[in-house]
Each structure stands twice: as C-alpha cells, then as structure tokens.
Design a protein around this ligand. Structure first.
Ligand code: SF4
Length: 63
C-alpha cells in the first residue's frame, strides 16, 4: 500500500495540501502538517497536492 509522506524539513506550512485535501492532510497542534491514518488514500487528490506543493515535499512511500 502507498502512503503519502510530507518532508517536514522542506514544508513551508503554506496550507495548500490541507485546503485541497483535508481528509488526508491536516495541521497538528504543534503547527506542522501531518498525514491522517487511512487504509485507502485518495490517489488522485493526493497527486493534485503533490503537483501543487510549492516545495515538492509530498511524496508517496510504499508501506
Ligand atoms: S503544500 Fe507542501 S509546503 Fe504547503 S503545507 Fe502542504 S506539504 Fe507543506
């Protein structure tokens, strides 16, 4: 299964990913983006976020 991952070392907290796809990405209490746990991530929506992320810090990883 593929899971989306955010590289927090390059994420600038622009908010695009959690505005586009709030069921997958959210800001946590510490002010960082995190990926919600899911058994089935919406591939097309995540791919849109990957395309729109200004610092290219979202990617898929094989779980
Ligand atoms: S779109 Fe990219 S840079 Fe912006 S908050 Fe999401 S992961 Fe971070």
């Amino acid at each position: 299964m593929k899971i989306p991952v955010v590289d927090l070392s390059t994420c600038i907290q622009c908010g695009i990913c959690y505005e586009l796809c709030p069921e997958v990405f959210r800001m946590n209490d510490a002010g960082y983006v995190e990926v919600t746990e899911s058994a089935d991530y919406p591939e097309l929506d995540v791919n849109d976020c990957i395309k729109c992320c200004p610092t290219d810090c979202i990617y898929w990883e094989e779980a």
